[in-house]
Design a protein around this ligand. Structure first.
Ligand code: FES
Ligand SMILES: [Fe+2]
Length: 324
């Protein structure tokens, strides 16, 4: 995982107003709840007293009460009350668990996984999607999140994995692809073709007017969008659970139809087709070994894998820089 980043970890609707939630994300067991204003609080889930899961407790005046002996935690992870010691007793400063800064927008909850004070004011998002409506679903994959991301950067797999859906037409020849990275944003342009046996794939530099091609974008550390058309996008957030597990949130966004009911129907159909496509990917990707991708992992990559190479290189740069 890349340190010092904002990560999408949940959809907003998963965290209800009156009930704490336990999730494992970024290799940490987390307790989340909403304070009195509805703001998202996130602290380590293990009680500092005797190790109980805090998320099994309840919310009291916007703070989280441990279910075992009632210690009360604020959103900074500090114990504010030890009932057995009485309200008049001070609480030792060491009575504290880790806390995580949160940000909620676009129907997602983000946490800052990094050093305090190093965070940008808000996480990056594809802001233009605010004009679209969407449907969503999530799926669990038994792989490191890097494998799930690379699958969505992989233009070589389309005619094989998605032969019956988005990879129809037997376009096995992969021209380019052209990969453009601006800071943490990678855009890649796809130009797959039928192989008539007479041509070699075009090198990226030989592809003219590549901006007009079908393209996709990935933004570090974990979000992606596919420009299906001006008015339709597929979106994914790849949420790291631990070294071998990932939750993928998929959204189907569209702004073609805005009429109630028809809009919901279209979003529902979009969601179903996304589920079918993602299941085609999952069947194959969960068999990849090792479960985590590496920049120098001994795999024999080809020209068509350029988006994956670019992802691995920049990911490694970010990891190296974040631990300096
Ligand atoms: S274990 Fe949490 S208060 Fe005792
Ligand atoms: Fe795929």
């Amino acid at each position: 995982m890349i340190y010092n980043q904002w990560y999408v970890i949940l959809e907003s609707k998963e965290l209800k107003r009156n009930k704490p939630l336990r999730v494992k994300r970024i290799n940490e067991d987390l307790a989340l709840w909403r304070n009195e204003k509805g703001g998202v609080c996130c602290i380590a889930d293990t009680c500092r007293h005797r190790g109980v899961s805090l998320s099994c407790g309840k919310i009291v005046s916007g703070q989280l009460e441990c279910p075992f002996h009632g210690f009360l935690y604020n959103e900074s992870g500090e114990v504010t009350l030890i009932p057995a010691n009485g309200k008049n007793s001070p609480v030792p400063k060491t009575m504290k668990v880790n806390s995580f800064k949160t940000y909620e927008a676009y129907g997602f909850i983000f946490i800052w996984w990094g050093d305090e004070g190093k965070e940008s004011k808000e996480p990056f998002f594809f802001k233009e999607l605010a004009e679209f409506s969407y449907s969503s679903f999530k799926d669990h994959w038994n792989v490191h999140y890097s494998r799930a991301i690379e699958n969505q950067l992989d233009v070589v797999h389309l005619p094989f994995v998605h032969k019956t859906t988005i990879g129809r037409g037997n376009k096995t020849l992969v021209n380019g692809p052209v990969v453009v990275r601006e800071d943490e944003l990678i855009t890649f342009y796809v130009d797959n073709a039928v192989d008539d046996g007479n041509a070699l794939p075009l090198k990226p530099e030989d592809i003219k007017d590549y901006e007009k091609l079908f393209h996709l974008q990935f933004h570090f550390p974990n979000i992606w969008q596919n420009f299906i058309s001006d008015k339709i996008r597929a979106f994914a957030a790849f949420v790291p659970v631990d070294e071998e597990n990932t939750i993928i949130y998929i959204r189907y966004y569209q702004k073609m139809i805005n009429v109630p009911l028809l809009k919901e129907l279209m979003n529902y159909i979009g969601k179903l087709s996304s589920i079918i496509i993602l299941r085609q990917d999952k069947r194959v990707v969960i068999t990849q070994l090792p479960k985590k991708s590496q920049l120098k992992g001994g795999e024999h990559l080809i020209m068509g894998d350029r988006p994956i190479v670019e992802y691995r290189k920049h990911r490694q740069e970010l990891i190296d820089n974040s631990i300096l």
